[in-house]
Design a protein around this ligand. Structure first.
Ligand SMILES: [Ca+2]
Ligand SMILES: [Ca+2]
Ligand SMILES: [Ca+2]
Length: 328
């Protein structure tokens, strides 16, 4: 009896663990598109317009959006998602909105639906559109094609001198800010993301507004590490980019990393984050050390949550070598 129960239970457990694994790899697609009369087929001349902003989770198939519209010529009579259709082509209703405000020329509402697998294929293929029907144009006054955009994933490996142990090849896990910057002066910030790197110095960052096939610099900031830039520009391909700073000095701009054991690490000790490790940083560490400061503080270079002479030693060495930031 017990054996039968166990055998029955196993497949369920296997299915559940598969589901859990799948959930870990969900992609949250971003949607941010305009709705207007010119996208209607045939086009409609109207001062009305709107936006659809939302997300699509491709594991739960949950499609959440907020649709905003204003200055319609007629008043609202209905609204739907239509598909499958490319721009310039009409298609039948896929899902009707139940919460669109009716009889108005402006407003907003937030439709939320779970899509079927075939609906998902159409949506992610850019083949769905929003259509808002009004008394002025019963067939639709404003339309908006929906283009879900997959987030861009940066698989980063980055080690920080003070936190890294060359003997064990492990780092104290800590948070870094990773900025994606334009490839040309003044290297404007495109998007910023944060992650707690693991003990191997690895982590995957998610960006919503960077593009594929576009050159960017990667700039990494840490609470007391010296800011470090990628050696050159890099590009996301098929929504992904992998970059590591640890295998060679030449992975960093100006080869501005330091060898610890067999890995290259970002310099530690820029406590005040001004791009140079010098006496000012050292005095902060010395000051905190004499006050026995503890906890998650910028003056704790080795990440043991306590400020003392070992933290000062790391910065002291870098200050003596006039270590400062190298960037394009
Ligand atoms: Ca799916
Ligand atoms: Ca400094
Ligand atoms: Ca310490």
């Amino acid at each position: 009896m017990k054996r039968t129960k166990l055998l029955k239970a196993l497949p369920l457990f296997a299915i559940m663990s598969m589901l859990l694994t799948a959930q870990a790899y969900a992609t949250i697609w971003n949607i941010n598109n305009v709705i207007n009369g010119t996208q209607e087929v045939p086009p409609v001349v109207t001062g009305g317009s709107g936006t659809i902003v939302g997300t699509y989770d491709d594991v739960t198939n949950q499609f959440n959006a907020t649709i905003t519209f204003s200055q319609l010529t007629g008043t609202t009579s209905a609204g739907h998602y239509h598909g499958p259709a490319a721009p310039g082509v009409n298609a039948s209703v896929r899902i009707g909105f139940t919460n669109i405000p009716l009889g108005v020329t402006g407003g907003n509402f937030s439709p939320s639906f779970i899509l079927t697998a075939s609906q998902e294929t159409e949506l992610l293929g850019g083949l769905w559109y929003v259509n808002i029907h009004t008394s002025f144009r019963p067939g639709g006054e404003i339309r908006g094609q929906i283009y879900p955009v997959a987030p861009k994933l940066l698989d980063l490996t980055y080690l920080i001198e003070g936190l890294y142990n060359g003997g064990t090849n492990l780092m104290v896990a800590d948070t870094v800010t990773v900025n994606i910057r334009n490839s040309t002066s003044p290297y404007a910030l495109v998007e910023s993301a944060k992650i707690k790197l693991n003990t191997s110095g690895s982590g995957i960052l998610t960006y919503a507004s960077v593009s594929n096939a576009t050159p960017y610099y990667i700039q990494v900031l840490h609470r007391n590490g010296l800011e470090t830039w990628s050696a050159g520009t890099v590009q996301f391909v098929s929504n992904a980019l992998s970059y590591e700073f640890v295998s060679a000095a030449t992975q960093a701009y100006g080869s501005n990393t330091t060898l610890v054991g067999a890995r290259y690490c970002a310099y530690s000790g820029d406590v005040n984050q001004d791009g140079t490790i010098d006496g000012t940083d050292l005095s902060s560490i010395d000051n905190d050390a004499s006050n026995f400061v503890s906890g998650y503080v910028v003056t704790d270079l080795d990440g043991n949550d306590f400020v003392d002479g070992s933290d000062a030693a790391v910065a002291d060495n870098n200050a003596a070598n006039f270590v400062s930031v190298a960037k394009p």
